[in-house]
Design a protein around this ligand. Structure first.
Ligand code: NAP
Ligand code: MG
Length: 498
């Protein structure tokens, strides 16, 4: 791999010094004094040492969040004041966009150009959008009918109140953006937070912690405990002082979170895996659909929960489309994310590299044929070729399981009924893509697909305004949009007899 562009001095300084936990507005070492390393996946080299928080640190952080929720200035601020702080957080993210993009590029491996164009502005926009909700969380007036109290008159209304102390556990694929998706609605609703970033990519969350204090967020409102899922994450999910847990990551860990939450029956929202179908009809704009299928899987190294991993193509255009996608796969410029012309970086970690190459080996054993890619790329980093697999059967492991890498499987379909059955034949239901010029067909199919998001003649379009989440084992609840607010609010009915 070619030598990558050097990072800016400010980023180098931040990413190369030891990073601490953020508890009650102070950066502190872990109680145990332990640290772990975060690695640059483009080179395998250690970037920085990070405080390894565990159950004891989680407990300190939860107590700080509880104090900030019950007594702190945060709960006494007006919604407008809270919204203005959130707006400043968005502004500061954009003022530091180059640095944050470099941190996510170094820590995660993703192309710098993509982090700068997508991850960072989306994170800022999420805070701006959610800042507007802080002043609009109103209940309603209600006129109750009470059959056993004839003649009685009431004045009744509902209040929407923050759920309390929230635990948030996030993955490594969009490090800053996943932190923003979680923190934005929690802050808009007036909750306080303990956030646990993924062990692979803690840097931008810690930097965001600094920026949030600079924006005027009171101490203890957001606490950040870096560390491992099995220790810090599990302790957060089980903690009796946490009122709600929000998780994004694998379906397997999502089930552990749901179990851990039963102790105090904390509220749970889950944004989990996917195996999303991207569907191309014969009447589609074929060049646009081919480009969309390639982007739908190779964007962010395929490490996207909504990636279009199952490509369904109507039989008579199948060969043409899969050859087009294979050609696009071969043209993707793979390299270190810091290089300006890189289109796809390395996978995030050795573990993820082994997981993805393990699936490629399973596919080969099952007789799947790689029209493009199919192998790891030599080098010190965790690079895998953009891969297009054909000759797959509906029950093959690569068709059923989430690979979370740049691997697409292609299958033919005959008509809409055959397609809808195949597309919905998955334990997941996160997203789907439909490519056709027939607008009625697109809308009818959008209704039949069991997926939380359906993209028509486009793919991977995200916006703070659009609810995002999954049917079936892709999760509970929605992120973003107005809908996410309900994850963080309790509704109270107040009834006054007149
Ligand atoms: P993961 O284990 O589900 O990690 C997600 C988050 O959960 C991380 O912060 C992780 O901490 C934490 N965690 C792990 N075990 C936990 C536990 N027992 N209790 C509480 N928190 C826990 O995902 P992964 O291992 O990084 O990736 C594995 C697979 O998950 C991927 O191949 C992909 O299929 C899927 N995935 C999905 C998404 C998505 O957006 N839906 C994102 C990432 C991964 P540590 O990282 O510190 O262990
Ligand atoms: Mg893990």
């Amino acid at each position: 791999m070619a030598i990558a562009t050097p990072v800016a001095e400010r980023t180098r300084h931040f990413s190369s010094s030891a990073r601490a936990l953020l508890i009650n507005g102070e950066f502190e070492q872990a109680s145990s004094g332990k640290t772990f390393d975060t690695v640059n996946p483009a080179s395998g080299e250690v970037l920085a040492s990070i405080a390894e928080g565990d159950a004891q640190d989680i407990d300190r952080a939860v107590r700080a969040a509880r104090r900030a929720f019950e007594d702190g200035p945060w709960s006494r601020m007006t919604p407008s004041e809270r919204g203005r702080i959130m707006h400043r957080i968005g502004d500061l993210i954009m003022e530091h966009a180059d640095e944050l993009a470099e941190l996510d590029c170094l820590d995660n491996g993703k192309p710098l150009t993509i982090a700068r164009a997508a991850d960072i502005p989306l994170a800022a926009d999420l805070f701006w959008y959610m800042a507007g909700w802080a002043t609009k969380l109103n209940g309603g007036t209600i006129n109750p009918s009470v059959p056993y109290m004839p003649g009685a008159e009431f004045h009744a209304y509902s209040l929407r109140e923050p759920v309390g102390v929230v635990g948030q556990i996030i993955p490594w694929n969009f490090p800053l953006l996943m932190a923003a998706w979680k923190l934005g609605p929690a802050l808009a609703t007036g909750c306080t937070v303990v956030l646990k970033p993924a062990e692979q990519t803690p840097l931008s969350a810690v930097r965001l912690g600094e920026l949030m204090l600079e924006a005027g967020l009171p101490n203890g409102v957001v606490n950040i405990v870096t560390g491992y899922g099995e220790t810090a994450g599990a302790a957060l999910a089980a903690h009796p002082g946490v009122d709600k847990i929000a998780f994004t990551g694998s379906t397997e860990v999502g089930k552990l979170i749901a179990k851990a939450a039963t102790g105090n029956l904390k509220k749970v929202s889950l944004e989990l895996g996917g195996k999303s179908p991207n569907i191309i009809f014969s009447d589609a704009d074929i060049p646009a659909a081919i480009a969309g299928a390639a982007m739908g899987i190779f964007f962010n190294q395929g490490e996207v929960c909504s990636a279009g991993t199952r490509l369904y193509v109507q039989q008579d255009r199948f060969d043409e489309v899969v050859e087009g996608v294979a050609k696009a796969a071969k043209a993707v410029k793979v390299g270190p994310g810091m290089n300006a012309d890189t289109e796809m970086g390395p996978l995030v970690s050795r573990e993820q590299f082994e997981r993805v190459t393990g699936y490629l080996a399973k596919g080969e054993q099952a007789g799947n044929r790689a029209l493009a890619g199919g192998h790891a790329i030599d080098g010190p980093g965790y690079f895998v070729e953009p891969t297009v697999l054909v000759d797959t059967k509906p029950d093959d492991v690569v068709v059923r399981e989430e690979i979370f890498g740049p691997v697409i499987v292609a299958l033919p379909f005959s008509d809409v009924d055959d397609l809808a059955r195949q597309a919905n034949d998955s334990e997941y239901g996160l997203a789907a893509g439909v490519w056709t010029k027939d607008i009625s067909k697109a809308h009818k199919l959008a209704k039949r697909l069991k997926a939380g998001t359906v993209w028509v003649n486009t793919y991977n379009v995200y916006s703070a305004e659009l609810p995002f989440g999954g049917f079936k084992q892709s999760g509970w609840g929605r992120e973003m949009g107005e809908e996410v607010l309900s994850n963080y609010l309790e509704t109270k009915s107040v009834i006054v007899q007149l």
